[in-house]
Design a protein around this ligand. Structure first.
Ligand code: ADP
Ligand code: 5GP
Length: 200
C-alpha cells in the first residue's frame, strides 16, 4: 500500500516551485495541491478558490482565531495560511497533498507534525523539499522574465531570498533548479521514494 504524503515545498519567490508543482501534479493523479488563503490581491488570471482563497484581513484573523490554519505566516507583507481541514481530509482519503509554502510556514508544519503520535498518517507521510535557484542572478532573471511583479517588488523578494536560502538545511531534500527537467525528475524521484516508504 502506497503512503499518502504531506509534501511541503518551499523556495524563494521565483525559485520555480509553482512550475515544478504543476509538473508534479500533471504526472501524478494521486496528489492534490492545497489551496491557501491569502490577503493579497489576485493577480491577473488568478481564480478565487483555485489559485488561492482571496480573503480580507478581518476574515483571515477570524479563521486564525478559530484555529482553522495548519500554519500561517506573513510573507512579503501579506498574510498566507493553509487550512487544516482539507489537508487532513485528503490524507485520510489516501491522497497526497502538496503545500507550496514559505520557510516560516514550513517550519510550523514540521513542528506540529513532530508533535503528532508516531503512527499518525500525516506524521508518517511528512516530507519537505527546498527548491534552490542556481544563483541570485538567475533568480533575478526569472523574476523579471515572469513579468508579474513591479521592479520594487522584485527587489524586495530578492532581498528576502538570501535569508530564505540560509534555511535550506532545515529541509529533508534540497533540489537545485538549474535545468528544469532535471529538477523535475529529481522531485518526482524523491516523492516516489517516500511514497514507497522511504526506500528506492
Ligand atoms: P515560484 O513559484 O517559486 O515563485 P515560478 O514557478 O513562478 O516560481 O518560476 C519563476 C519563473 O522562472 C517562471 O517564469 C518560470 O517559468 C521560470 N523557471 C522556473 N524554473 C526554471 C528553470 N529551471 N530555468 C529557467 N526558468 C525557470
Ligand atoms: P505569491 O504571492 O507569489 O503567490 O506567494 C508568495 C509566497 O507566499 C511564496 O513563498 C509562497 O510559497 C508563500 N505562500 C503561499 N501560500 C502560503 C501559505 O499558505 N502559507 C505560507 N506560509 N506561505 C504561503
Amino acid at each position: 500500500m502506497k503512503r499518502a504524503l504531506l509534501i511541503v515545498i518551499s523556495s524563494p519567490s521565483g525559485g520555480g516551485k509553482t512550475t515544478l508543482c504543476q509538473r508534479l501534479l500533471a504526472m501524478d493523479d494521486a496528489t492534490v495541491q492545497s489551496v491557501s488563503c491569502t490577503t493579497r490581491a489576485a493577480r491577473p488570471g488568478e481564480v478565487d478558490g483555485k489559485h488561492y482563497h482571496f480573503i480580507s484581513v478581518a476574515e483571515f484573523e477570524r479563521r486564525m482565531a478559530a484555529g482553522e490554519f495548519l500554519e500561517h505566516a506573513k510573507v512579503h507583507g501579506h498574510l498566507y495560511g493553509t487550512l487544516r481541514a482539507p489537508v487532513a481530509e485528503a490524507i485520510r482519503s489516501g491522497k497526497s497533498v502538496l503545500l507550496a509554502i514559505d520557510v516560516q510556514g514550513a517550519a510550523q508544519v514540521r513542528d506540529s507534525v513532530r508533535r503528532l503520535p508516531a503512527g499518525d498518517a500525516m506524521r508518517r507521510g511528512y516530507m519537505d523539499v527546498f527548491i534552490q535557484p542556481p544563483s541570485l542572478e538567475a533568480l533575478r532573471r526569472r523574476l523579471v522574465g515572469r513579468g508579474q511583479d513591479r521592479p520594487e517588488v522584485i527587489e524586495r523578494r530578492l532581498a528576502a531570498a538570501e535569508a530564505e536560502m540560509r534555511r535550506a538545511a532545515e529541509y529533508g531534500t534540497v533540489i537545485v533548479n538549474d535545468d528544469f527537467d532535471t529538477a523535475a525528475a529529481e522531485l518526482m524521484a524523491v516523492v516516489e521514494r517516500e511514497r514507497n516508504g522511504g526506500s528506492a
